[in-house]
Design a binder for this molecule. Structure first.
Ligand code: SOE
Length: 388
């Protein structure tokens, strides 16, 4: 197996993050046995696409994803278009025998996610889902401490993902605020990351109960399907917001640990606070994406006179991925999580195994998302077993 030829659908926020990762891999991880070749980028607006193609460094461009999938010089299709496009593209790509990378949330609902997983399995292709925060070295360190038993029995997982980019009522009704395009609001966009981190670090969910709110129920219509920095015309036509602005929920994990989750786009002052804490019988860890190089750790068996949380800078060669970047102590950022993620995709294809996280993880996450929604609608605890 030589290098892996990539065709990418989408060229906005995630398209840029993925392109940057593909470009960084040969420079910082040159020993990766299969490196990405940036064959073609795909989007509908030819002019904007050409700008992205030359800026991001892709060899060619396609304005129709069906043509991209038909190309014999492409091995993997990377889908980072809005969520409602994931399924159709993934099914067609799998049928054509292409490996898949798909952004989160995998699909609009459990049924679609299941169909995507089944199609990928039937086609015998590799499939990966974009939960990039797993790939922060400090999160990998938290995982190692839990797996090695250094936190003992896990009692609590407490997580928040707080943003404030739609707090202004004149912010327009972009695609992320429309259920038929996005699936859900802060729940699927931000909560999905927390659910994946919880599964990665603590284990499977047993039961959930939640609550949610849409604080601003109508917004100005945008002139185009713009992204996070869109501007609205407060005096123009308005449309209904059909997703949650905030969703909170509680869980009991299968291993008996308790979890609490809060995802909101209405936490004034919080641009992107993605943070969790784990408490076990032998210690605790705290992570905050705003300080993503750090993990706070506490061990119960520290000497009495130095008890307390201490800050570990996860930037030494002992920490995951760090020997590939800079000398010890030199920090990394958000974009590096995507480089690590794409390295996993390349390694898995080369080693003929499924990447992690894959569509199974995407489906499990979708089940938790939907169970929480069901619990809100029916005002009761919902068991994940109801989805089996
Ligand atoms: C916007 O809400 C967003 O960019 C999400 O779409 C990402 O998944 C999250 O990582 C940060 O916030």
């Amino acid at each position: 197996m030589g290098n892996v030829r990539v065709g990418m659908v989408g060229y906005k926020f995630m398209g840029k993050a993925h392109s940057n990762a593909y470009r960084a891999l040969p420079m910082f991880f040159p020993k990766t046995p299969a490196l990405p070749v940036m064959k073609a980028i795909c989007g509908r607006n030819a002019e904007a696409l050409e700008q992205a193609r030359s800026q991001f460094g892709w060899e060619s461009a396609e304005t129709d994803w069906r043509k991209l999938i038909e190309r014999s010089d492409i091995d993997v299709i990377d889908i980072n278009a809005p969520s409602d496009a994931h399924k159709e593209i993934a099914l067609a790509a799998a049928a054509a025998g292409k490996h898949l990378f798909c952004e989160k949330p995998l699909a609009l609902n459990v049924a679609d996610a299941k169909e995507m997983l089944d199609a990928a399995e039937a086609a015998g292709i590799k499939h990966m889902v974009g939960f990039n925060y797993r790939f922060a070295p400090a999160v990998q360190l938290a995982k190692k401490l839990v797996s090695d038993g250094r936190l003992g029995e896990i009692y609590h997982f407490r997580a928040v993902f707080l943003q404030d980019w739609i707090i202004d009522p004149s912010f327009p009704l972009v695609w992320r605020l429309q259920k038929e395009v996005a699936g859900s609001g802060s729940h699927g966009d931000l909560g999905a990351h927390l659910i994946d981190l919880a599964r990665f670090l603590v284990g499977e969910f047993d039961e959930v109960i939640g609550m949610s709110e849409t604080f601003i129920k109508e917004r100005p219509l945008p002139s185009e399907m713009t992204g996070l920095s869109a501007k609205g015309d407060a005096s123009g036509a308005r449309g209904k917001v059909t997703v949650d602005d905030a969703t909170l929920f509680m869980t009991r994990f299968e291993n008996g640990a308790l979890g609490s989750f809060e995802a909101t786009r209405f936490a004034a002052g919080h641009r992107s606070t993605n943070a969790f804490e784990i408490n076990g019988s032998k210690g605790s860890v705290k992570f905050d994406f705003e300080r993503l190089n750090e993990l706070e750790v506490y061990f119960t068996d520290d000497a009495d006179d130095v008890q307390g949380f201490r800050r570990v800078l996860a930037t030494d060669p002992a920490h995951a991925y760090m020997d590939a970047w800079w000398p010890a102590g030199h920090t990394i950022g958000y974009e590096h999580t995507f480089t690590h993620e794409m390295q996993e995709l390349m390694l898995a294809i080369h080693e003929d195994r499924q990447p992690v996280p894959n569509f199974h993880d995407g489906l499990r996450c979708q089940e938790v998302l939907e169970a929480v929604e069901q619990s809100i609608t029916e005002r009761r605890w919902v068991k994940l077993a109801e989805y089996k």
